[in-house]
Design a binder for this molecule. Sequence first.
Ligand code: GRF
Length: 214
Amino acid sequence: MPAPALRVAVLISGRGSNLQALIAAQRSGELAIDIVVVATNRAAAEGLHHAAEAGIATLALDPGRMPDRARYDAELFTRIAAFTPDLIVLAGFMRVLDAAVLAPWAGRIINVHPSLLPKYPGLHTHRRALEAGDRIHGASVHFVGAELDAGPLLARTEITLEPGDSAETLAARLLPREHALLCRCVQWIAEGRAQLRGDVVHFDGMPLSEPLRV
Ligand code: GRF
C-alpha cells in the first residue's frame, strides 16, 4: 500500500505564488502531498484565493487583535496543529515566529527565502545583492530555527547577475527558480529523502556538507 501523502500546512502573507506552485505540482501528480490548510496573518493575502479555488481550508488570524506576539503565535500554531500537518511550509510568511512555537516543530518546518543564505536574511534581498556587486544570487530553502531566515540549509538555486539587472529583473528571473526549488524540497521531504537530525540535514541517510543545488 502506498504511504499516505505528506500533510502540509502552508503559511503565506501575500501573493502566494509559491503556494500556487505547490498546488500545481500536486495537481499534476509531481508532488504527492495533501495541503491541509493555508494560513495567513493577512486576511487580504491574495494567495488565499488560490487556496479557496483549490478547495483547501484557509485560516486567517489577524495579529492586530492580539497585541502580544507570543500569544498570537501560540494561537496560530494551535489552530494549524488542529489540521495535523506533517510539515509546515513558510512560503512568503512575513513574520518572525516565536521560538517557543517553533521548538515542537523542529525538523518539520521549512522556509523559502529569496537569497543565498546566510547572505541577506530579511527584506530587499535583490537590491542588497545588486548593491553588494554579487555575481551570483539565488534562493534557499532551510529548516526553520529561532533566528530570522536562519537554520540548517537544505537546498539552493542560483542565478547569475547580468549587466543592467535591477531588483525587478532579478526578482522576475529568480521567482520560477524559487518555485521549482521549493517544490523539489517538499518532494524530498515527502519521500523521506531529506530530514533534519539534530542540527544536521541528512539526504538519503547521509549528512549534507553543503546545501543541495536545484
Ligand atoms: C518569495 O520570494 C519568498 O521567498 C519571500 O517572499 C516572496 C513571496 O512570494 N519570502 P509569494 O507570496 O510566494 O508569491
